[in-house]
Design a protein around this ligand. Structure first.
Ligand code: GLP
Length: 236
């Protein structure tokens, strides 16, 4: 069992939110300046706890993992909207960054985003995980050396996402995402996963074998990862 990955079993989402809140409080006291943020339902209770806390993010710069191509920031399915709604409108940050999926030069946008995040240096990166083991929008098969790029979403991800879109043809099929190497450049990583739907993905991690088939296994090559989950029997 690799000791670079620490597992924290929580009873439920509320306990996870408290554990994360205290961890972020310590990190802020320790000088955290750059935070990598994630979207998705997993993060909602986490951000709700931050929003109603006394935590001060006014000296913190954030970088989000990913964004759909083609959705404007006022579209409730965009990650820009998600972040504003759940966190940024409630807690002021020094600066927030989300890849711009409406840019007319997506390649250039990715290049600039990567340069900016490398220059800033992410202290703590939050991650959720897809049911197929993707991290951010790095789908199975993405090289671990990848940097911020334009990606095509996996069929299975489109299926999962269909619950959020009334009309299947409105589901974006492409996204901008930090690459796996961009994610691994963070000093510390905190991955959160709730519910049985995430068991398969977490089991790929606990098997301990790096494979591009399951992007989550790239975390085996990072030196400081915390996994927070409500699933029983995950910790090896
Ligand atoms: C999307 C995001 C991921 C996120 C995943 C899980 O695919 N790109 O960054 O981890 O959803 O979402 P949820 O937390 O809703 O299960």
């Amino acid at each position: 069992m690799a000791d670079n990955i620490r597992y924290i079993k929580v009873a439920d989402k509320q306990e996870a939110a408290s554990v994360v809140l205290e961890r972020i409080r310590e990190e802020l006291a320790g000088g955290l300046k750059v935070l990598g943020l994630a979207t998705g339902s997993t993060m909602e209770p986490i951000y709700a706890a931050w929003a109603s806390s006394d935590l001060d993010f006014s000296e913190v710069t954030s970088f989000n993992l990913d964004e759909y191509v083609g959705l404007q920031a006022d579209n409730p399915n965009s990650y820009a909207w998600f972040m504003d709604h759940h966190l940024f409108s409630k807690k002021p940050f020094k600066e927030t960054n989300i890849p711009d999926g409406t840019s007319d030069n997506l390649e250039e946008e990715c290049k600039e985003y990567e340069a900016k995040l490398r220059d800033a240096g992410i202290d703590v990166q939050f991650l959720g995980v897809g049911e197929n083991g993707h991290i951010a929008f790095n789908e199975p098969g993405t090289p671990f050396t990848s940097i911020t790029h334009v990606t095509k979403l996996a069929e299975s991800t489109l299926g999962v996402n269909s619950q959020y879109f009334e009309d299947r043809s409105a589901i974006p099929e492409t996204a901008l995402t930090m690459g796996i190497s961009s994610i691994l450049s963070a000093k510390k990583i905190i991955l959160i996963a709730f519910g049985e739907k995430k068991r398969f993905a977490l089991e790929q991690l606990t098997k301990g074998k790096e494979t591009t088939e399951y992007p989550i296994t790239a975390l085996l090559g990072h030196r400081d990862v915390t996994v927070i989950t409500d699933l029983d029997g995950i910790q090896p």
